[in-house]
Design a protein around this ligand. Structure first.
Ligand SMILES: *Cc1c(COP(=O)(O)O)cnc(C)c1O
Length: 236
């Protein structure tokens, strides 16, 4: 528990220092709590952390029930199967991993009227690897145009999960995919076929994890998603 406090304070300091070094805004920290217990989330919450990211719907909802007394902002960041959209639409404020219209439509249809529209990031396949999640760069604009028509979904920006680079990777290499994502967001903001109000709300670059958040901040990340550096290694 004291370790958690130390790591949290250390990360907060690292984010601030990186922002200064690269003359960028300090990004929001999304604490990625998948595979870690509700107790650890509560400890971080008491230290001031309010946004938590989860990758598995069932696991997340169990922890949400245990922590129902805390006004936590929950973000879903994992792959989404069609049969999980109802749970996600009902229990999260943000989803970072939208890469198909079908999933966005289901979330829209299942989002309860009494909740705010669901904030989403479109996940981009920045490495153009066939095996990876994320929309192909060529399909990004049409996907956003279609999602823009969904009233209970609010597009906030873009997310990426670059392939892990080898052990000799350096900050320069790490920055390349993040620079591409930042450029895509800029282009999206200039896309005339998207309505002006929607373009104005595009303020989010969800990029950077434990191993590469410095590089992501260098390229203008507004949300970094950090698990291991905060909670320690995940078992199982
Ligand atoms: C697990 C996960 C993270 C956090 O990764 P760490 O390396 O533990 O910081 C961030 N983003 C996504 C999409 C994840 O699945």
């Amino acid at each position: 528990m004291n370790d958690l406090k130390e790591r949290y304070q250390n990360i907060a300091q690292q984010l601030q220092q990186a922002a200064e070094r690269f003359q960028r805004p300090i990004p929001q920290l999304l604490a990625v709590s998948k595979k870690h217990p509700a107790e650890a989330i509560e400890t971080l919450y008491q230290l001031g952390q309010t946004a938590f990211g989860e990758s598995y719907a069932q696991e997340a909802i169990e922890k949400q029930q245990q922590l129902a007394h805390l006004p936590i902002e929950w973000h879903f960041i994992g792959p989404i199967q069609s049969n999980k959209t109802s749970e996600i639409a009902n229990h999260f404020s943000w989803v970072h991993s939208i890469d198909r219209l079908k999933i966005a439509r289901r979330l829209n249809d299942q989002r309860p009227d009494e909740l705010e529209p669901l904030n989403i990031c479109v996940q981009v396949n920045i490495d153009t690897e066939a095996s990876k999640a994320g929309v192909a760069i060529a399909d990004l604009v049409p996907l956003c145009e279609a999602i823009a028509a969904l009233p209970k979904i609010r597009i906030r920006g873009l997310m990426c999960l670059p392939s892990r680079l080898g052990s000799e990777s350096n900050e320069h290499d790490q920055r390349l995919p993040f620079a591409t994502l930042a450029k895509l967001l800029e282009q999206l903001k200039q896309t005339d076929s998207l309505d002006a109000e929607l373009r104005q709300q595009l303020d989010t670059l969800s990029m950077g994890m434990t191993n590469d958040y410095q590089a992501a901040i260098a390229e203008g990340a507004t949300i970094v998603r950090i698990g291991t550096a905060l909670f320690g290694a995940r078992t199982a």
